[in-house]
Design a protein around this ligand. Structure first.
Ligand SMILES: NC(=O)c1ccc[n+]([C@@H]2O[C@H](COP(=O)([O-])OP(=O)(O)OC[C@H]3O[C@@H](n4cnc5c(N)ncnc54)[C@H](OP(=O)(O)O)[C@@H]3O)[C@@H](O)[C@H]2O)c1
Length: 243
């Protein structure tokens, strides 16, 4: 396995759930971190947890649906890091509903956060990724990006679109030595999943779900692969335990 120690990583959705756990695991590997999210208090808490583990930790409050904020933040990252080795897109939102009744405004909101934001952020940071010499971009997708169940049409459509963005981007930048990884987790114990259980009127049972640590582990393993290989797509599901 290759070492990623002292590499520079930018992580969206770092204030919660899967993004937070990936940040902790990257810090444990000695990676310099730039944590992004809207909730600055939560970002500070995450930064506090990783402070001892890595030499550089930065955090930036950003609403990824605002283009101007992405532009300003890219300039800021350029000044601080100079180049980026790892970009993790974990920020995401979900709303449920049948096509007959789900407000179309909810669709716009999910599209903006789940597709447009990672697209525009990648575009803005590509010059810094190119300076790495061997950069890696990870898109946290979803099992809904592979198969759409009932009531998740809007969210699943955004995650299918995100897959297309990643697949096309991979073909564009692989020749430059940039690896692109999509991961498609099933239900994962996180604040988002707790909200989904609530919306479904079910009792939240995090213990039967994937854990954010499971998702983070496969992401870190993929990032540490030697440069001769590229993991393109990872499907990961909760282990079904039957009595
Ligand atoms: N949990 C699951 O079951 C599951 C399964 C498959 C895929 N996923 C995907 O995994 C990713 C992470 O989800 P999670 O479960 O970790 O959810 P989470 O705990 O709710 O975290 C979502 C993150 O997205 C950030 N975010 C949302 N909107 C944003 C915006 N406009 N600007 C900046 N940041 C924004 C949030 O930051 P702030 O709150 O600080 O704004 C938060 O850090 C998502 O892409 C999700 O679709 C989750």
């Amino acid at each position: 396995m290759s070492s990623i120690k002292n590499q520079n990583a930018v992580i969206t959705g770092a204030s919660s759930g899967i993004g937070e756990t990936i940040a902790l695991d990257l810090a444990a590997k000695g990676v310099n971190l730039f944590l992004l999210g809207r909730n600055i208090k939560a970002l500070q808490t995450v930064a506090g947890k990783v402070d001892q583990l890595t030499s550089q930790i930065h955090r930036c409050q950003i609403d990824l649906t605002q283009d101007a904020e992405i532009k300003n933040m890219s300039d800021y990252i350029r000044k601080i890091f100079g180049h980026i080795d790892i970009l993790i897109h974990s920020a995401g939102v979900i709303s449920l509903g049948k096509l007959e009744s789900a407000p179309v405004e909810d669709f716009d909101w999910q599209y903006k956060t789940n597709v447009r934001a990672p697209y525009f952020l990648t575009q803005a940071l590509l010059p810094l990724l190119r300076l790495s010499g061997f950069a890696q971009v990870v898109f946290i997708n979803s099992s809904a990006g592979v198969t759409a169940s009932a009531n998740v049409g809007q969210y699943a459509a955004t995650k299918h679109a995100l897959r297309a963005v990643a697949d096309s981007f991979r073909r564009e930048v692989n020749p430059e030595g940039i690896r692109v990884i999509s991961i498609f987790p099933g239900r994962t114990a996180s604040p988002m999943q707790e909200k989904i259980f609530r919306m479904e009127g079910r009792i939240y049972q995090p213990e039967v779900l994937l854990q954010p640590q499971d998702v983070a582990a496969v992401v870190i393993n993929s990032l540490c692969l030697p440069s001769s290989a590229e993991v393109t797509d990872i499907n990961i599901r909760p282990m079904c335990k039957s009595n």
